[in-house]
Design a protein around this ligand. Structure first.
Ligand SMILES: Nc1nc2c(ncn2[C@@H]2O[C@H](COP(=O)(O)OP(=O)(O)OP(=O)(O)O)[C@@H](O)[C@H]2O)c(=O)[nH]1
Ligand SMILES: [Mg+2]
Length: 443
């Protein structure tokens, strides 16, 4: 028999209201016991409830109970919700009472959603979308997560999978009746469909990881010569004194990360040590870290003193298609530096007076939107999706080259399986622990 699980599904409080959920075969009995043996409330209607401690008899709280009989519940099972006052003692009492009920145990992270998946209420991409929605910190993350939670990504993959299943059926028909020649036009049509699918998957994969980056935040490294005003710029953008600023060159040593919401898009800004021949071994390590971070970043903001031609010469080779050049200290005089070759834009600013900062931010935001903004088609959001699509693509290509229809059919089956693993239509038992581990308890 399936366990009945319970958890505090709202935050740890204190709060106006705390929501507890109970899911599984014993939830109806638990609901009845906590409401003093009354009948179950009308399904899916909030009912005021004088909650009691069934063991000791005393009152627990004056709250609300909602009864969701399966399968019309979040988990697909019988599910009860208790809305109580969100005080620490009320919550502790609720947890004690629920723990004491026979057959109930505390839910594991993501277990309600895992049960929803197992009950066929949602596919794996939708479950992942819900985890992302709970974790979303910016508008764009929220929109992407909601789109995925509502099945946008799953529908795309299922659509591809249906096409594949159709194509495979043609081959299998031929294998079942080997005496029949596979009509030329059918084999051509199947080849055509598979080629179309190959192109679609390649296009989908070739998205510069925008969906994954939107989930995690675009990585932007602030780099440049010492004393250029990198830390000053970081502090200005972060609106707090995250990094130490001083007139002494070589102030910053460690990489300092600040998470920022840039017009709805999540970015991780990293301030780094000024690049120069280091004066000591600590600074040397700082410079090493700065270079490493600059290389790994999605974008670089190269900050230089706009009049420091010699300083710029040392870092000029860092300017490329992923680099924005910021000519700082414009308050001290017009910048004279001009970059050669392609770049993402040049901005003259003064962190000190604020001049040019808004224009720079607008430019940066446009670049970030271009990199991770929502596209027409839902983007894949996890390495897991990318891996499975890679497997699918490999199998599809093999099927196009296969010498015998039997071999082509086998490759098509493998490709279908790879797609099915993303949405969880085929056996994915081995994946579930990994996927639901990222959830919070109570979801
Ligand atoms: N006049 C002027 N001074 C600035 C401006 N921006 C920063 N500074 C000054 O330049 C000096 C260096 O600033 P930081 O932000 O510490 O420079 P940094 O690039 O982080 O330097 P390191 O950490 O040593 O690599 C400080 O004295 C700042 O006050 C600006 O726009 N105009
Ligand atoms: Mg600094």
């Amino acid at each position: 028999m399936v366990d009945t699980i319970y958890a505090l599904s709202s935050g740890p409080g204190p709060a106006g209201i705390a929501v507890f959920r109970v899911s599984g075969p014993e939830s109806g009995a638990a609901l009845r016991a906590l409401t003093g043996g009354r009948d179950l409330p009308q399904a899916r209607m909030a009912a005021r409830a004088a909650l009691v401690d069934p063991e000791q008899g005393g009152p627990l709280d004056d709250g609300i109970a909602v009864w969701f009989p399966g399968p019309n519940s979040y988990s697909g099972e019988d599910l009860a919700e208790f809305h109580v006052h969100g005080g620490p003692a009320v919550m502790a009492a609720m947890l004690r009472v629920l723990a004491a009920r026979p057959g109930l145990r505390l839910a594991e992270p993501g277990e309600f959603t895992r049960r929803a998946f197992l009950a066929g209420k949602m596919d794996l991409t939708e479950a992942e979308g819900i985890a992302d929605l709970i974790a979303a910190e910016t508008e764009a993350q929220r929109r992407q997560a909601l789109r995925q939670a509502e099945g946008g990504l799953g529908r795309l993959y299922d659509g591809w999978r249906d096409k594949l299943v159709g194509a495979t059926a043609h081959f299998e028909a031929y294998i079942d009746f080997p005496d029949e020649e596979l009509p030329e036009e059918i084999s051509q049509q199947v080849t055509h469909e598979i080629s179309w699918l190959v192109d679609s998957i390649i296009q989908h994969l070739d998205d510069s990881r925008r969906g994954e980056r939107l989930r995690q935040g675009l990585d932007i490294a602030i780099v440049g010569p010492p004393n250029a005003g990198k830390s000053s710029l970081l502090n200005r953008l972060a609106r707090r004194d995250a990094a130490i600023v001083s007139e002494r060159p070589g102030t910053t040593r460690d990489v300092i990360d600040v998470m920022m919401d840039l017009g709805g898009y999540p970015v991780v800004l990293a301030d780094t040590a000024g690049l120069r021949e280091a004066a000591d071994s600590i600074e040397e390590e700082g410079v090493r870290r700065a270079r490493r971070r600059a290389e790994a970043a999605d974008l670089r903001v190269l900050v230089v003193d706009g009049r420091d031609v010699a300083g710029f010469r040392d870092v000029a080779d860092m300017v490329d298609e992923s680099t924005i050049l910021v000519l700082n200290k414009a308050d001290l005089g017009a910048p004279v530096i001009k970059p050669e070759g392609p770049n993402l834009g040049v901005y003259a600013i003064s962190v000190k007076t604020g001049k040019g900062i808004d224009t720079f931010l607008d430019g940066l935001e446009a670049i970030v939107r271009d990199r991770i903004g929502l596209a027409g088609q839902p983007a894949l959001t996890r390495a897991r999706h990318r891996e499975a699509l890679g497997d699918c693509l490999g199998a599809l290509r093999r099927s196009l080259e296969a010498a015998l229809p039997e071999l082509a059919a086998e490759d098509l089956r493998l490709a279908t399986r790879a797609l099915g693993r993303i949405t969880g239509r085929v056996d994915v038992e081995d994946l579930l622990d990994v996927i639901f581990r990222d959830f919070c308890i109570g979801k």
